[in-house]
Design a protein around this ligand. Structure first.
Ligand code: PNS
Length: 178
């Protein structure tokens, strides 16, 4: 199926933390899905970074909000993204660029990944509507009860509100206090 003029299936991976997925991520996912036969959205398991949502929660939210894209699949990976690409026969990494400030680090990673394994990176400029958008800001706003409904899909907005409510619940009987 698919495969462009060469008959080969054109695959790409969109890696990230997705803690949680935002409308900015969805914009990049939707546009990339239109360019490739198969797009894998791969959640990176980063043991050195604390996340709000577990890997399973992030994967499940992604699966739900990308359900309308038949050629998008969600996966989870640990280790180097180039190893994931090699193991899954994926020649291209897609990265969204929000602003020039993203560029330095992304360029460095793209050149390293190309040098390490010959894996290319496609930079896709985000829709300017989302150039300020970051999962970290969304989490902070939601944590303080702010409205994030224009920034994330409704399901994610709901999950963030649930998390914020859980944190508000008073703890019983101890002096743990944090
Ligand atoms: O959403 P994020 O946190 O900006 O995503 C960063 C991610 C996961 C895409 C990046 O850290 C990554 O590719 N990590 C996997 C480890 C790796 O391959 N690092 C790059 C070495 S050049």
């Amino acid at each position: 199926m698919g495969g462009g003029i060469s008959g080969k299936i054109r695959r790409a991976v969109c890696p990230g933390s997705f803690d949680p997925v935002t409308n900015g991520h969805l914009d990049i996912i939707g546009r990339s899905a239109a360019l490739y036969d198969e797009l894998v959205v791969a959640v990176f398991v980063n043991r050195t970074k604390t996340s709000l949502f577990s890997v399973d929660e992030r994967r499940d939210m992604l699966a739900e909000v990308t359900a309308d894209y038949p050629n998008v699949r969600i996966d989870v990976f640990q280790g180097l993204v180039v190893d994931y690409c090699r193991d899954n026969a994926i020649p291209v990494i897609v990265k969204g660029l929000r602003a020039v400030s993203d560029f330095d680090y992304e360029l460095q990673m793209a050149q390293m990944n190309r040098g390490l394994a010959g894996i290319d990176t496609l930079f896709m400029p985000t829709n300017p509507e989302y150039s300020f958008l970051a999962s970290s800001l969304v989490k902070e706003i939601a944590n303080w009860g702010g409205d994030v409904s224009a920034l994330v899909p409704p399901l994610v907005s709901k999950r963030l509100a649930e998390r914020a409510r859980l944190r508000e619940q008073p703890t019983t009987g101890g002096d743990e206090g944090s």
